[in-house]
Design a binder for this molecule. Structure first.
Ligand code: LLP
Length: 429
């Protein structure tokens, strides 16, 4: 049994009962199916293998902002993945599970000097550079460290991709990358610097890009500029074509991977570069559920609230992007349907997972799953309302392992410090 399936009326992950996990580990708990992650990685890899020549296969660099648990990273590393990072913290995670520097790329509009230095010391494959001041900063840090930095310039193609305006990154008004008109200047600047070696270009137009044709429109910006840069005597040996592949949350169309791969083959491959891709959500999104317990069913003259012990601090997406996530009971899955607003305990009306949703009726003490929560779930969680971060569990072949225990209150509160003056004032009173 692999992935999420119902067995004897109870939802299981890789053959492990989610009711049993909820009882053993408590709730809320994120559960990740290792078989789904593996399947998704291989699906992407196979699509590229089918469409692209053997010697032009991309390096798949998992965008670990989607889910940075070490067990997830380690699994992906064992499958042959590389890593896309956006902070020193993510770099540290990657190195800790054994990614080599040559498998790591570093993106982000606000790279700090210490982060740049850490990347240089790890000898990462490349920095995806988002502005000219950043280029100068990288050159200066590289000089200090005494290592030449490989850089790729992030091209903003002015294509609006992304499933929500807050996660669209490829428009001119977005803070990301540089317009095509700046690429020649960036390359010329880099060529005159002592400690950077420009290797190519990168691009990422957004996340949950439903409209697969947007990728083609964005890729179309590459050939002309690559030709120009080469004409100016520069090296363009690598193109990082980003991530953004959508998953099914509700009734979206599945990504047409073959069409995508075909465009890579038609537009990118002829440019004769190495290819990097940065999938995040696609590899882990549907591999995770947030397991939760129904605390109360509250009925008012207007509505019926299903109050869960999971909240917006555990899974922020519905509150932040009005995102849809499937919600189902773990057991009693054939109960008559009822209509609920599903909410968490946090003191905000925004702490609402859904409104007016029909689903099998549930009662206090029942377990429920919020689906498709493997990407941007835990990685965006917070301690709001002084709620400990949820536990995380991974399943594999009929077994489960806790891959991060639930935070204790000591974990959450223990680093707060009372200033001297307030301690003294208390003692005096
Ligand atoms: N590469 C870069 C440079 C990125 O900024 C991102 C995501 C990715 C790759 C991976 O994109 P993906 O394949 O996962 O779509 N918190 C939002 C998503 C934010 C995405 C940020 N960048 C959400 O929950 O929908």
């Amino acid at each position: 049994m692999s992935g999420f399936e119902e067995k004897d009326g109870v939802l299981h992950a890789d053959g492990v009962s989610l009711a049993a996990i909820a009882k053993d580990v408590g709730t809320p708990t994120y559960v990740y199916s290792s078989s789904v992650i593996e399947e998704q990685f291989n699906r992407l890899k196979d699509a590229m293998q089918k469409a692209l020549p053997k010697d032009r296969q991309p390096m798949l660099c998992f965008a670990c902002k989607a889910n940075s648990n070490l067990a997830v990273l380690s699994l992906l590393q064992s499958l042959g993945s590389g890593l896309e990072t956006v902070s020193e913290g993510e770099l540290i995670r990657g190195l800790k599970v054994g990614f080599m520097g040559s498998q790591i790329v570093a993106t982000g509009v606000g790279k700090q000097r210490r982060e740049i230095a850490a990347c240089l010391k790890a000898d990462i494959a490349q920095f995806n550079v988002e502005s000219l001041p950043e280029l100068e900063q990288i050159n200066s840090v590289a000089q200090e460290v005494g290592i030449k930095a490989r850089v790729a310039f992030r091209l903003n193609p002015n294509v609006s991709g992304g499933g929500h305006h807050k996660i669209s990154t490829g428009r001119t008004q977005d803070k990301f990358g540089m317009g095509v008109e700046m690429m020649e200047q960036a390359y010329a600047m880099a060529a005159a610097m002592s400690h950077v070696a420009p290797v190519g270009l990168s691009m990422h137009i957004g996340s949950q890009v439903y409209d697969v044709a947007k990728f083609r429109d964005a890729f179309a910006a590459f050939p002309e500029i690559v030709k120009k840069l080469r004409g100016n005597g520069h090296t363009v040996s690598r193109l990082d074509i980003g991530g953004g592949f959508p998953i099914v949350y509700n009734e979206e169309r599945l990504l047409d991977l073959d069409a995508y791969a075909q465009w890579v083959n038609e537009i990118i491959v002829p440019l004769g570069t190495e290819i990097i891709m940065e999938p995040g959500r696609y590899l882990v999104g549907n591999a995770g559920v947030l397991l939760s317990e129904v605390l109360y069913v509250k009925e008012t003259p207007d509505r019926k609230f299903l109050i869960l012990d999971a909240a917006m601090n555990d899974l922020l997406r519905p509150a932040l992007y009005d995102a849809y996530h499937g919600i189902e009971p773990v057991a009693s899955r054939n109960a008559a349907w009822a209509k609920y607003d599903v909410v968490g305990p946090v003191c905000e009306t925004g702490d609402t997972f859904t409104t007016d949703r029909e689903m099998p009726a549930m009662k206090a003490g029942d377990f429920a799953v919020i689906k498709s929560a493997g990407a941007y779930g835990t990685s965006m969680a917070s301690n709001y309302n002084t709620r400990p971060l949820a536990a995380e569990v991974m399943t594999r072949n009929g077994q489960y392992a806790v891959i991060r225990p639930r935070q204790t209150y000591e974990d959450v509160i223990g680093r707060d410090v009372m200033p001297d003056w307030s301690v003294k004032a208390k003692a005096a009173s």
